[in-house]
Design a protein around this ligand. Sequence first.
Ligand code: INI
Length: 178
Amino acid sequence: MTSSDATILADGAVDAIAARVGTSIVGGDSGSGIAVGIACAAFNGGITHRLLSGALDRLEASGVDLTDVTVAWVPGAFELPVACRAMARSGAYDAVIAFGAVIRGDTGHYEFVAGECASGLQRVQLDTGVPTIFGVLTTETVGQALERSEPDATNKGSEAAITAIETVHVVRALGGGR
Ligand code: INI
């Protein structure tokens, strides 16, 4: 057994828990009727564009009407929280996604940019109740960032898109959201 075998949620595990408790809430994967706001950093834009493309492919494949998607470009990852906050507060989106790429080799202030971006985005979703997805790569090297934005099923933008949809379903079922 590899460590990933041990950490992946096993087939049937969620159903087994559901059979034991009063209520089990699981995020659906249909994007039908879901409006999404996306903020994307232009810094390291070769990477963030790959994340954004992966996300749009996955949103579309999940049933999101791309005319219900807004993309706002900001200069860098540090500016993502303020743009996401504006989108979340507008009441126009069921979920917001932030795309950025902070690469340690590029900057002496990696921790500040990456850390403030992450905590700012968490604050946005807790303050507004609108799911705000952290689609920001924080890597040691450009190679790692390229690897995580390959145009395939491992693309982190694609992962962020399905995370947004699933979280919208869970938050709605719990009586929250916009
Ligand atoms: N912004 C990024 O999105 N990624 C980085 O790797 C990065 N580096 O390396 O500095 C970066 N810096 C810019 C920052 O996000 C702000 O745009 C800038 O500090 C102005 O507020």
